[in-house]
Design a binder for this molecule. Structure first.
Ligand SMILES: NC(=O)c1ccc[n+]([C@@H]2O[C@H](COP(=O)([O-])OP(=O)(O)OC[C@H]3O[C@@H](n4cnc5c(N)ncnc54)[C@H](O)[C@@H]3O)[C@@H](O)[C@H]2O)c1
Length: 253
């Protein structure tokens, strides 16, 4: 592939939750376009296997790093490992996320806390851990993976919708803080994508989501990855604080 097809040649990226699903697709697309990628995941063995496969397929440096993004201490250690390995972090994709669906009436405090701590605080932790090094370089791209559930709300997901809506506020606030330092902060809001996360949804809920999707189909993980790659590229240099919906038309704002 010529350098023209490798817009991320010489760039480095961290993809949290990159060992499978949407995060894996993001890691694959960034590496196939020339980035060295750290796959930062709580599932270390899966991250190791994914990193090996992507490295073999792309010829890039792809490293697995174990982290629970809910811990600031672990997020800092993860970023240090990546800085030691790659020397810099140009791109951070806050993708790690979980669901613990339940109606509010039945939801346990722990189900609220786990989702907020991983989905929302996790993005804050990793951004905080990486921001100083990006500011020094006066270059950085942070992309947060939100959801249509955060934009429109979803019954049974008070915790998840709140975390994903919170990510949108976080994206806009941080974008304002660091715009003058050459750092872009944006969010991508996927619709429904077949992964381990959505596998467990009841069939009738999936049907009703598809009925509400003008394109009438689920998205593919790589369709989210292409949007992330655009926002991570210098083609999107003048875009910050935005939420890009990749949802077959489900939410139009
Ligand atoms: N699949 C969808 O339909 C959909 C829709 C909208 C948004 N999203 C969002 O996309 C992101 C990826 O979801 P997915 O569908 O690929 O799910 P997934 O469960 O396949 O992947 C999530 C990844 O995050 C990792 N992870 C979980 N908790 C972690 C933690 N504490 N620290 C580090 N890593 C952790 C998992 O090990 C896994 O590799 C999530 O933020 C999710 O909320 C997914």
């Amino acid at each position: 592939m010529s350098n023209e097809c490798k817009p991320f040649a010489g760039k480095t990226a961290i993809v949290t939750g990159g060992s499978r699903g949407i995060g894996r697709a993001i890691a694959e697309v960034l590496a196939s376009r020339g980035a060295d990628v750290a796959i930062a995941d709580i599932r270390f063995e899966t991250a190791q296997a994914t990193a090996q496969e992507i490295a073999a397929a792309t010829g890039q440096r792809v490293i697995p790093v174990e982290v629970n993004v809910a811990s600031l201490e672990q997020a800092k250690a993860m970023v240090k490992t990546v800085l030691d390995a790659f020397g810099k972090v140009d791109i951070l994709v806050n993708n790690a996320g979980i669901t613990r669906d339940n109606l509010l009436m039945r939801m346990k405090e722990e189900e609220w806390d786990d989702v907020i701590n991983i989905n929302l605080k996790g993005a804050w932790n990793c951004s905080k851990a990486v921001i100083r090094s990006m500011m020094k370089k006066r270059y950085g791209k942070i992309i947060n993976i939100s959801s249509v559930s955060g934009q429109a709300g979803q019954a049974g997901q008070t915790n998840y919708s709140a975390s994903k809506a919170g990510l949108i506020g976080f994206t806009k606030a941080l974008a304002r803080e660091v715009a003058s330092r050459g750092i872009n902060v944006n969010a991508v809001a996927p619709g429904i994508i077949p992964t381990a996360l959505t596998e467990v949804l009841p069939e009738e809920l999936k049907e009703s989501i598809l009925t509400a999707t003008p394109m009438g189909r689920m998205g593919k993980p790589e369709e989210i990855a292409y949007a992330v790659a655009f926002l991570a590229s210098d083609d999107a240099a003048y875009i910050t604080g935005q939420v890009l919906g990749v949802d077959g038309g489900m939410v139009m704002m």
